[in-house]
Ligand binder design. Structure first.
Ligand SMILES: NC(=O)c1ccc[n+]([C@@H]2O[C@H](COP(=O)([O-])OP(=O)(O)OC[C@H]3O[C@@H](n4cnc5c(N)ncnc54)[C@H](OP(=O)(O)O)[C@@H]3O)[C@@H](O)[C@H]2O)c1
Ligand SMILES: [Zn+2]
Length: 387
């Protein structure tokens, strides 16, 4: 039963609340963090919220940045991620903004809930003015595994961002279905026991979470965690997926070219700190490669590179005419011992390129995560078609 990569995202008060009990939504995040959330939204295939959040916050759930939307479209993705909500009752306001903004929507519900939702007119066909809303009944009860399998198999969702509320987060975490948790801690106390909590009671299967990253964003702190299952070791390397997805997103932002690939790269220290990022043709240099641009920002004598991982949307090159050293060589020279990539270099520009072979021969572990291949290829489709 393949599932999408599930990323839980929430902002929380110092005393663990998601909101207060007032009629307006409590703003916990800071402006720069809202922009970070926008960036994460732009990087996923679908965004899910619970019916409680649709009712309480009436959110639009859009990618707000026109540049990020344009990059999605240029990469062959829908302008907006699929919007998903979950309701047992099917009792949702047909006038809620959720239904009338962004692209396609889907409501997962029970058999009974589907009757109610259809009676309310929530299921709609696509028209010129609006995208379709699909109502999907999952049986007498709502089963998260069935829901995730449906998203993966029927809707092609590979990365799912879950934006709450607490009931949803609690179920996904207690059922061992979350791959990553992105938590923003806001310097606010709510202090009202009636307010919704981020996590409720339950049999958590997440063990002691592994800390992937901390980041100060204005006055809030972002913490990224990877749940680990007791006894089974870490779940599939969430950090690798996160950073490779970011590399693929950087690839989509490269200035277009008919003579070179669009590639993104991120160098990450062993403790999960981002050291540098780069993309093809960065800074107006028509020849620079992504890995080269990222490594050039680092002090070669600096600590940390030996334990670092280079995430590159395309396998590092083994041969190139434009510079003395190919990226595989630059990576070896930097002392990096681990590379994660989404696809192997095709013969478009260089026959028989084998960056992975060069790296492996130099003692570097190379991991290919094919789940990201489509996204990595997207900004290069015009180069692949021509052959
Ligand atoms: N700070 C943040 O980052 C953030 C983010 C999101 C939300 N929030 C806050 O969180 C609050 C809402 O959270 P919440 O916990 O009340 O609601 P929620 O988690 O958004 O939604 C709960 C609803 O989802 C449906 N549902 C969830 N699991 C189900 C299951 N297994 N089977 C059937 N239905 C299921 C039910 O809908 P039906 O009742 O229709 O059956 C349930 O009432 C709001 O105050 C909002 O402001 C904060
Ligand atoms: Zn290269």
């Amino acid at each position: 039963m393949p599932h999408p990569y599930v990323l839980l995202s929430a902002a929380v008060s110092l005393d663990g609340y998601l909101d207060d009990t007032g009629p307006e939504r409590l703003l916990l995040s800071s402006p720069a963090d809202f922009d970070r959330v926008d960036e994460v939204r732009a990087s996923v295939d679908a965004i899910l919220i619970g019916a409680g959040t649709v009712r309480a916050d009436n959110p639009r759930l859009l990618v707000n940045s026109p540049e990020r939307r344009a990059a999605r479209t240029a990469a062959g993705l829908p302008e907006y991620p699929l919007k998903v909500t979950v309701s047992g009752s099917g009792d949702l306001d047909p006038a809620a903004r959720f239904w009338h903004t962004g692209g396609e929507k889907i409501l997962y519900t029970t058999d009974k809930g589907a009757e109610r939702a259809r009676a309310l007119g929530l299921a709609t066909e696509a028209t010129d003015a609006a995208d379709a809303t699909d109502v999907v009944p999952l049986g007498a009860d709502l089963d998260w595994r069935r829901l995730l399998t449906h998203l993966h198999d029927v809707r092609g969702v590979r990365r799912l961002m879950v934006e709450g509320g607490g009931l949803i987060h609690t179920q996904l975490l207690t059922q061992g279905l979350a791959d990553e948790l992105q938590l923003v801690l806001a310097p606010i106390f709510v202090g009202d026991p009636e307010a919704p909590r981020l996590f409720g009671p339950g049999g958590y299967q997440s063990g002691r979470l592994r800390l992937l990253e901390t980041r100060r964003i204005e006055d809030v702190v972002l913490m990224r965690y990877e749940p680990t299952a007791p006894g089974t070791g870490p779940l599939p390397a969430a950090a690798d997926h996160h950073w490779l997805a970011l590399a693929c997103e950087l690839a989509a932002q490269c200035p277009p070219s008919d003579t070179a690939f669009s590639v993104g790269a991120v160098v990450v220290a062993a403790d999960g700190t981002e050291l540098a990022r780069g993309h093809s043709r960065e800074g107006g240099d028509p020849l620079v490669h992504a890995e080269e641009a990222a490594l050039a920002k680092l002090d070669p004598a600096g600590p940390g590179l030996a334990g670092a991982t280079v995430y590159s949307s395309l396998e590092p090159c083994a041969r190139r005419a434009s510079r003395p050293a190919p990226c595989a060589r630059l990576i070896l020279d930097a002392g990096v011992r681990r590379v994660v990539t989404a696809w192997r270099e095709p013969d478009t520009f260089v026959a028989g390129a084998d960056g992975s072979g060069v790296l492996a021969a130099g003692g570097v572990e190379v991991l290919v995560l094919p789940e990201h291949e489509e996204r990595a290829k997207a900004p290069n489709r015009h180069l692949l078609r021509r052959r």
